[in-house]
Write a protein that binds this ligand. Structure first.
Ligand SMILES: [Zn+2]
Length: 251
């Protein structure tokens, strides 16, 4: 690829812009990490799962409570109806009366047992209701916090996107201004070379003049640039780094 001074200056401008695009995208990714967006989403899902389980436990406890409450009610009805029957007995029927009293003791004991269970279930339902309320509150706080962060990220992402779009448009415009597809070829090269297709030669002054070769490096790959390449560059020719194949320039 034959490049003149004007080509190189345009390509350097393109390189700066493509590197800026890369930098902007990297910063956006870093922002997402700093804001803990992925972690935040996970926290929301975790809390939702806990909340759902707790709500299911509450629904079960409420069903159980309803069941024992019905049991208490029907035992109470049974007691009342037995007591009405008792009034029909004659006081003289001692055996029957005794049997009746024994049955009543058993029913009352059963009712007491069910009432105790009803008390336990009531406490359980109250505790679960309290816990569900607290979890809802905590969850809405988490959501609010994460959504606020996501909103901030969306705003930044939009701004970055607009900047990237405008830089890409400028790169495209510069590409069209270059002959022989130089722009496209440069962009291909840059993609393969981590964004840097054009590298400056770093001249280092060494005490021994005859050691000049060791004093010139490609700034992209740090390889030594031979004197012959330097001379070609000084003579206005295009040169490529023998190590990394980037276009070399003298600045
Ligand atoms: Zn190199």
């Amino acid at each position: 690829m034959k490049l003149d001074k004007k080509d190189i200056s345009v390509l350097l401008e393109m390189q700066e812009m493509t590197l800026e695009v890369e930098g902007l995208q990297k910063r956006l990714e870093e922002t997402a990490q700093e804001l803990g967006l992925a972690k935040g989403r996970k926290a929301i899902h975790r809390e939702e799962a806990v909340l759902q389980k707790r709500e299911e436990a509450l629904a079960r406890a409420k069903r159980d409570l309803k069941g024992v409450t019905q049991d208490v009610h029907s035992l109470q009805q049974q007691i009342e109806s037995e007591e009405r029957k008792r009034e029909e007995f004659g006081a003289s029927d001692f055996r029957r009366l005794q049997q009746f009293e024994e049955e009543m003791v058993a029913i009352r004991a059963k009712k007491e047992e069910v009432e105790k269970s009803q008390g336990d279930k009531t406490i359980q339902v109250e505790n679960l209701e309290k816990s569900v309320r607290e979890l809802h509150l905590k969850h809405s706080e988490t959501r609010e916090k994460i959504e606020e962060r996501e909103e901030r990220f969306r705003a930044k992402s939009k701004k970055t996107g607009e900047k990237v779009e405008s830089l890409r448009a400028k790169v495209k415009e510069l590409t069209l201004g270059l002959s022989d597809n130089k722009g496209e070829r440069f962009l291909d090269m840059a993609t393969r070379a981590g964004g840097v297709a054009i590298a400056a030669v770093e001249r280092v002054d060494l005490p021994h003049e005859d050691n000049l070769q060791e004093g010139n490096f490609c700034t992209a790959c740090q390889a030594i640039v031979p004197v012959s390449v330097l001379e070609a560059l000084d003579g206005g020719e295009t040169a490529i780094c023998t190590h990394c194949r980037r276009v070399l320039i003298i600045v």
